[in-house]
Design a protein around this ligand. Sequence first.
Ligand code: ARG
Length: 457
Amino acid sequence: MKKLWGGRFQKTPEKWVDEFGASISFDQELVFEDIQGSLAHVHMLGECGILSLEEAEQIKTGLLLLKEKAEKGELSFSVDYEDIHLNLEKLLIDEIGPVGGKLHTGRSRNDQVATDMHLYLKNHVNEIVGLISAFQETLLNQAKENVETILPGYTHLQRAQPISFAHHLLAYFWMLERDKQRFSESLKRISLSPLGCGALAGTTFPIDRKLTAELLEFDGIYENSLDGVSDRDFIVEFLSNSSIMMMHLSRLCEELILWCSQEFQFVELDDTYATGSSMMPQKKNPDMAELIRGKTGRVYGNLFALLTTLKGLPLAYNKDMQEDKEGMFDAVRTVEGSLQIFTGMIGTLKVKAEKMKKATTEDFSNATELADYLAKKGMPFREAHEVVGKLVYTCIQKGIYLKDLPLAEYKEASDLFSEDLFEAIDPYTAVAKRISDGGTGFSKVKEALLKAEDALS
Ligand code: ARG
């Protein structure tokens, strides 16, 4: 098969070599971005008098035709033309004749592919920002329903101190707020046009890069042509932001998986976000949460794959860079899919408030309360810690909790104890009293809900 670049060649590669080198199987995902970039490029060529206006119009008409066919799924691509760029150029020439061959004037596939990738990520990062907001709204709504739902907070996965469930959900709200900021801030680096950088050095044609940048709604252009065609930082940054966000989602996955276990029973997933077992009839498995936790590893993998691909590359374009795409597409699908699943999963989550509360009364997560109680009555906290630690030990020996120990025994441990200690160690009181800024106290959580609402609007 004669190549579009075949002039200086005497032989063509074997079919399997072509197949190895081709990217069309995956870069056809860029079909619309590629057409969009070409439309801007050819418009500029016409405006700058590099092509006649008539030629530019002919090419535009051809490109729009290809776009229509692509929308209907009527374009067929071939490995003989390697990638989306050459396939479209070939199809254009088939469609409108040799004038189609003028489209590539003053352009290289190197700036073309970079432009496509920038366009693709710009769209998807905007989409992701919207999906994060939707998920945050769902978290916020669940939080509003659960201000006074208390559960044990954990450290080391040991019950630590009782907290409001809304407070726990809002922790994720703020993680996602930072994720959203990171994605949004990255847009100013994604929104740069490499178009017109040529193969590496610019072009001798009197092109207007600012015009194509404007037509493609980029905020600016790459200042240096070598940088423009070599830069893949924007993808590394995207994968890095995606990795951080997936890490957050994965932690919530882990908690959901624990919480819906028989051991915790804090929540129940809606049937639509769970699956059964082919053998064990009783099972209801949190597959979606497990899968998102699992897919987090893929996203990290994509980040490391690209960093590794890039680390030894001399300027400017190297074919290695064709490897930048699959990981990016995969991460986009994973991030968007995970956010959509999470919005549904949290929105339909059944919170078992009674079970959560019971867990706070059948443990020692109110021990800090008791130490604080003594400290407020003047005992140095370190001493109070020791006294309460001994009382906890006594309780464990007797198989009871702090609330069950008689006042007389408290008094034996310290004469600072009086009847009001029982109110102080009530888990509800324990939560209510934590009104330091950012704390779990109900009044603080209510303020936090307003702040979160504010951040969302
Ligand atoms: N398919 C290539 C890629 O994705 C397009 C750029 C190829 N440029 C070149 N000179 N071989 O990276």
